[in-house]
Every structure is written in C-alpha cells, then in structure tokens.
Design a protein around this ligand. Structure first.
Ligand code: EPZ
Length: 418
C-alpha cells in the first residue's frame, strides 16, 4: 500500500507558491465546451480532478495539450456528448458538464457524479433549476439523460445557494435566448472566476459574487486566454498548518481577497498574518488559543473545505474549541484518526468539541477524502514523531504536489511505494 511518511514536530520555515484553484478550474474546463474554438488556460492546477475532466473533454472529441504550464483546449469539433463514466464517477464536478453540454449540443447523457464520502450530495437543485430553464431531464438507473433544444428566459431561485447548481444555471444560460435571472445564487469566489472567464469569452453576465446573477444570452462565444486565480483552500490549508506547527511561513500569490474568514479565525487563535504585496507572511509566537462558535457557512462564511484542517489545528490549541459543520452531513471523518494521535475530540451530530492537548504523536493514519486527508498531513507535520498516511491519492485530487510544498516548508516527508 502506498503511503506518505512524515516526520513532524519542527516549526515550519520557508515559502510555498499557491497553485491554481481546483474549484475554479473545474467549472472553467466545463465552460470551455461552450466555445467552438480555442481556450488557453494558465495556472491550471495539475491535479487528478483536472486530469479526469480533461479525459472527459477528450472523449467528446476535444483536443487537449499541455505546453509547459499552459493548457490548450480545442473544442472546435465535438463528435460526442457522452460523459465517460470511469472518469465522471471519480469526482463531483462532472455534474457541471450538464449545463455546458446542454448549452452546446442541446442534449447530455451523464452518470451520477462521484466525489468524496462527505455527504449524500444529491443533485435535485441542479435538476429543478435546469427544468425551470426548459430542460427535460430523466433520471435513468446509473445516470441522467437531458435535453434542452431551446433554453428559455427564466427566473430561477435556488432553495440553497448551491455552488454547482449556480454554475450549471450560468453554463446553460450564457448561450440561451433572452435573459436568465438567478436568485439565491452562490457567492463563492469560484462563481466570480467562472463568470470572469465566460465574460472574457464574450458572455454577458452581471452580479457575479452576489446573490442575484443576471445572464443575457449571446449567439456565440470566442477564443480566450485566461489565468486562473490561486486556490483559497490550499492557501488556507498552509495557513492553518503554520498555526498548528508554528514557525514562519511565506505564502506566494495567495488569493488575499478571498481569505477573510480564515484571517478572522487565525487572528483569534493568536496567529499573526501580514500581507506583503502579493505575499502573505504568517508566524506564531505563543501557543494557539482555542476557538468557540465557529460554524461553516456559504461564502463569505468560514469554508466547509477548511473545517477539517481547522479541527486538526485546534487539537493543539489551548483550552476548548467548538466547530459546527452546516454544509455537509458527514465531514467529521478525521476525528478517529486524530484521536489515534492523542487528540481529545468528541462529536455530537454536526458539532465537534475539541479540548486542546500539548502534543499530538505520529501514528498510522488513513485518508478517506480530499480535505480530511490534507488535515491529516497538517496534523502529522505538527505531531511529534513519524506518521504514515495511507490512501493519500485522495489528497492528490486537489493538491498539485503536497510533497513539494511540505519540503519547501522544511517538513521531512517522503512517498513510500509499499
Ligand atoms: C462545491 O461542491 C465544491 N466542489 C466543494 O468542494 C465545496 O465544499 C462546496 O462547493 C461548498 O462550498 C467543487 O467546486 C468541485 P454545493 P458542490 O452544491 O457544488 C447540498 C472540495 O473539497 N446540495 O454548494 O457539490 C449538498 O449536499 C469540494 O474541493 C443538495 O442538497 O456544493 C451540500 O450539503 C468538497 N442538492 C450543500 O448543498 C443539490 O442539488 C452544498 O453543496 C446540490 C447540493
């Protein structure tokens, strides 16, 4: 069994360049299908989920090339709109192909999306919203058949500001006739990034980043060269790792405007954050303080994707802490792993109660999903002694090269092909 081996316990020291955003790149790759031409992407992260999405696009007949760190997608010709199940089932974001395939071809056949074990992750909001826009969707066995020859001008209101459902509405609306008004839209930065990308291709979108987004359909989109913003969750992971392990860390090119909730938590924990141009300097001079009243919320609230890394850091904070997870119903999977390291945590429903301990100890750990796996790496870097993290391929779904990043922060880490 392959595993990561981490010798923890020393304060971090060094700098890390923050990769392109996974959750911005994936809907942008789906949106590239809407342009019968060339899309050039810079700063697209080389992660497993991007690789899978590109395989799906190749299956449509798109040409895909990496030229160094630049990704070139030629979607001039598409001879299929069948989404390959072997790739789609590995990630949730394949569902975002629904809107772009309907927008480009008027039909789509795709398997139910895969993804992490953090919750049931239904797609009812996607289906309901696209039906309001004139799509006919039939749930068949393992997947969905959809048809929408003439998407209509519509007013859609999401019962919950779902990120993916917001993205699917936008993807279908950009080439639809007339105006689509989306209320209770997700406000995540990744929505703004998708709309910025689509606008660079000639789409007409107002209100990105707010709860009401208005899309005025256009005839066609055109070629684009676009640089993807850096990843706020990867940046937040290393910010919390600095909090947990101590030391002095510089993050290069983090998305500074998107980290408000993380800054707030770190300041309360006694971690210093200082912006220096495009860089962020972090250090801690005394023991972290515990945090109460933290609850995950849609943006701009504290991000659910950083809940596990925060929990791992708070395991070492002075006093008691409390976290409430309000977005996903099964996102406390790392508790049993942290207990094995000597943490003192208990959960009751969607709430976790953490009593800080002086030390965590290295242990054999099992990653079960992407952000929980990253949280275990964080705990291992802060723990005394050696940890082995099995199933770390989950982490490679979202972190381009966590070994490279850890080594640049002075952490002793190696990959073992077991
Ligand atoms: C996106 O997932 C992200 N993934 C997730 O990041 C992130 O945690 C999530 O948004 C929330 O910010 C990508 O962007 C690829 P939602 P998404 O639709 O779109 C429920 C990571 O680690 N819901 O906003 O799937 C759902 O079950 C991943 O990078 C329905 O009930 O999130 C969840 O409880 C994990 N019906 C809540 O809404 C639906 O039709 C939020 O889901 C859709 C969602």
């Amino acid at each position: 069994m392959d595993y990561l081996e981490i010798e923890g316990g020393s304060p971090l020291c060094g700098e890390v360049c923050i990769q392109g955003s996974k959750n911005a790149a994936l809907p942008i790759l789906s949106a590239a299908v809407l342009n019968h031409g060339i899309t050039v992407l810079k700063n697209c992260p080389k992660i497993i989920d991007v690789k899978n999405m590109l395989e799906i696009l190749i299956g449509f007949g798109c040409k895909v090339n990496w030229e160094g760190d630049t990704l070139i997608i030629d979607a001039t010709v598409m001879n299929s709109n069948q989404v390959a199940a072997c790739y789609a089932r590995q990630m949730r974001s394949s569902i975002m192909l629904l809107g772009s395939l309907l927008g480009r071809t008027g039909t789509a056949t795709l398997p139910y999306p895969g993804g992490c074990v953090i919750g049931e992750r239904p797609i009812d909001l996607h289906i309901e919203a696209l039906r309001k826009m004139g799509a006919e969707l039939e749930e068949k066995g393992e997947g969905l058949c959809a048809c929408c020859k003439k998407p209509q001008s519509s007013r859609v209101c999401l019962p919950f500001p779902s990120v993916g459902a917001t993205e699917n509405v936008i993807l279908l609306a950009v080439l639809a006739k007339g105006v689509t008004i989306l209320n209770n839209a997700a406000r995540e930065p990744e929505i703004e990034e998708l709309c910025r990308f689509l606008s660079c291709m000639g789409a007409k979108i107002q209100g990105a980043g707010t709860s009401q987004i208005t899309i005025t359909g256009v005839e066609t989109l055109h070629d684009v060269e676009f640089t993807i913003v850096s990843d706020r969750i990867v940046a937040g992971t290393y910010m919390l790792m600095t909090a947990a392990a101590g030391g002095r860390v510089i993050l290069n090119n983090p998305p500074l405007q998107q980290l408000g909730a993380v800054y707030g938590a770190l300041r309360c924990m006694g971690v210093h954050c200082k912006e220096c141009g495009e860089h962020l300097l972090l250090w801690r001079t005394e023991r972290m303080k515990g945090l109460k009243g933290i609850r995950t919320e849609p943006y701009p609230g504290f991000p659910t994707d950083l809940q596990s890394p925060l929990m791992a850091a708070l395991a070492l904070a002075e006093g008691e802490s409390e976290i409430e997870e309000t977005i996903f119903e099964a996102r406390f999977k790392i508790v049993e792993e942290l207990l094995r390291m000597g943490a003192d945590i208990c959960t009751e429903g969607q709430k976790a109660y953490i009593r800080g301990v002086r030390k965590l100890y290295g242990a054999d750990l099992i990653a079960k999903e992407l952000r929980g796996g990253a949280a275990l790496v964080l705990a291992a870097a802060a723990a005394e002694g050696k940890s082995r993290i099995l199933q770390y391929h989950y982490i490679e779904r979202g972190y381009e090269n966590i070994i490279r990043d850890l080594q640049s922060l002075g952490v002793m880490v190696k990959k073992n092909i077991g």
